[in-house]
Design a protein around this ligand. Structure first.
Ligand code: GRF
Length: 201
């Protein structure tokens, strides 16, 4: 069986592209069936269209309440009947409706070694703190900000002359590889979550 992936993006979509490319191999075991966003006009949606993957978006500002947006996003994703939902640089926290439907199978990639440096400035915060090693974390999203159970982590040394941009770019290279490897394994082999421990058999 080929696992159905819905990928959520807010920006350039390089992680999405890596997944689309990974799925081109039939042995990978997964297919990107739709790409969603919280805004229009972003490179991530363009990448999806080029790959002839259906797209949708829901902008928070177009809804009366955050809860109404969350419910609509949940519906839009559910229409594509995903086995796994992947936040690949999706900059919105989903709410209770989304987690009720997709909890346990909604994964996110973060550009720091959690639980250090959660939030949207992972590389900047790691540099400012002066750590010598940072990296990327793939995890199962829960109701917190970057607090979910960890699937995989990869380390990246901080170099003497790193800037926020150079560190961000080096992290992204290994982050993409980690995402593609583990999503593929989850798709092919399944996974279990016991407390904070995620196991891919
Ligand atoms: C990733 O580095 C992710 O960790 C962060 O945003 C970046 C997304 O990049 N939250 P892209 O849109 O996949 O290129």
């Amino acid at each position: 069986m080929t696992a159905r992936l819905v990928v959520l993006v807010s920006g350039s979509g390089s992680n999405l592209q890596a997944l689309i490319d990974g799925c081109a191999d039939p042995a990978y075991g997964a297919k990107v069936v739709a790409v969603g966003a919280d805004r229009d006009g972003i490179a991530g949606l363009e990448r999806a269209r080029r790959a002839e993957v259906p797209t949708f978006y829901a902008r928070v500002a177009d809804f009366e309440t955050r809860a109404a947006w969350d419910e609509r996003l949940t519906e839009l994703v559910a229409e594509h009947d995903p086995d796994l939902v992947i936040s690949a640089g999706f900059l919105k926290l989903v709410g209770p409706a989304f987690l009720a439907k997709f909890g346990g199978r909604y994964v996110n990639t973060h550009n720091a070694l959690l639980p250090s440096f959660p939030g949207i400035h992972g590389p900047r915060d790691a540099l400012a703190y002066g750590v010598k090693i940072t990296g990327a974390t793939l995890f199962i999203v829960d109701e917190g900000v970057d607090t979910g159970a960890i699937i995989a982590q990869v380390a990246v040394p901080v170099l003497e002359d790193d800037t926020e941009d150079s560190l961000t770019e080096r992290i992204k290279v290994v982050e993409r590889a980690q995402l593609v490897e583990h999503v593929g394994r989850m798709a092919r082999e399944g996974w279990t979550v016991q407390g904070r421990k995620v196991t891919i058999p």
